[in-house]
Design a protein around this ligand. Structure first.
Ligand code: ATP
Length: 353
């Protein structure tokens, strides 16, 4: 049972297909993210759910009802944007209460609801402040309180943390997740920031040029990318081109011996092997892994928590590795790298890729 469902939805603007046959389902109480680069159709998809855009094709369901023709204000859906458009001359209380006053709710009820929503977003006692007396993070909290106070079944959030500094953004990511779990509202969140999506989401739809490339939990998306685009967009990776055999060997012409991979019919054929830099072991005396290769250190960049190492293996291949700073490594010295078969993902190349 989905709270929000898109079935084969498309939206065109002139010659641009912003949303291209998208099908996905968001469950009740889920934190669901649309993740992808700028222009991939995330916002348009969100605006279709909000009722600000009409799809050219396909069906939108909210609850069990087909919502294509339901006007925006009747959808029981709230929205938080990157630019909040709070009323600067009004108090925090009046900003949050605005929609409730419009709905002609009684004064006492409004006070109770606004105070509860301020507690929820971690701003108790802030009702009398003016908007310009708040920090960026606090304003974002007011924006969330304003949307939540109307108790929507679904809250749509379009890059709401975009204007904030990195530290505050990271803190607010955890706060948003806490708020969502506390009230149980379904959140649909748009972002181009993969770290943000991985931190907060129960499920992620990765989008690229209007299409959904993969839907999965953060772990599935990161550890088992289904396409080269997903592997590349979510974090860093090494790609090896080659041919995968059903027995679980991957032949790559740049490596002196075949790579052992997880066996499976579905993986056979022309493919790309994706190996995350942090899954590759490195040490001069490395042993006990399914795949081991001799190489030479080409580059080392100390990055605090790890060292970013480039290792030349064979004539044409350089592997990126995240090494523990305690591993003794020197530029131009010989070393050995390796990984287990479960640490790499075979991505089969479709004919049109
Ligand atoms: P961003 O992260 O930059 O906001 P996005 O993934 O949310 O990008 P959309 O805003 O959905 O992408 O846009 C998808 C495509 O549709 C883009 O090519 C965009 O230029 C185009 N587009 C969006 N809205 C309109 C519009 N009103 N008129 C014409 N083209 C539009």
């Amino acid at each position: 049972m989905f709270e929000v469902e898109l079935i084969d939805v498309s939206k065109r603007f002139g010659s641009v297909t912003a949303v291209d046959h998208v099908s996905l389902g968001v469950r009740k109480n889920e934190f669901y993210s649309f993740l992808g680069p700028s222009g991939c159709g995330k916002t348009t998809t969100l605006r279709i759910i909000a009722g600000f855009e009409e799809p050219d094709e396909g069906t939108l369901k909210i609850g069990q009802t087909i919502a294509n023709d339901i006007p925006s204000y009747k959808r029981n859906v709230g929205m938080v944007f990157q630019h909040l458009a709070l009323f600067p001359h009004m108090s925090v209380f009046d900003n949050i209460a605005f929609g409730l006053k419009m709905a002609k709710i009684g004064k006492d009820e409004i006070r109770k609801k606004v105070e509860e929503s301020l507690d929820l977003v971690g701003l108790p006692g802030f009702g009398d402040r003016r908007i310009h007396q708040l920090s960026g993070g606090q304003q974002q909290r007011v924006g969330i309180a304003r949307a939540m106070v109307k108790e929507p079944a679904v809250l749509l959030l379009d890059e709401p943390l975009g204007p904030l500094d990195l530290k505050i953004r990271q803190h607010m990511q955890l706060e948003l997740k806490r708020i969502q779990k506390q009230v149980g509202t379904t959140f649909i969140y748009v972002t181009h920031d993969q770290g943000e999506a991985l931190t907060m989401s129960d499920n992620i739809a990765v989008m690229n040029v209007g299409r959904v490339e993969q839907i999965g939990t953060p772990r599935e998306i990161y550890d088992r990318p289904k396409t080269q685009f997903v592997a590349n967009f979510i974090g860093e990776t090494n790609f090896l081109n080659g041919l995968c055999e059903a027995s679980g060997t991957f032949i790559c012409k740049d490596l002196p011996q075949p790579v052992l991979v997880e066996a499976g019919e579905e993986r056979t054929g022309e493919a790309v092997l994706s190996i995350r830099p942090e899954r590759v072991g490195i040490a001069p005396d490395l042993k006990g892994l399914d795949n081991l290769y001799d190489g030479r250190v080409e580059d080392l960049v100390y990055q605090g928590s790890h060292v970013a190492v480039s290792v030349r293996v064979g004539d044409n291949l350089t592997m990126k590795i995240r090494a523990n700073p305690s591993v003794p490594l020197k530029i131009r010295e010989k070393t050995r790298i390796g990984w287990n078969r479960t640490d790499a993902t075979v991505i089969r190349l479709e004919k049109d890729e």
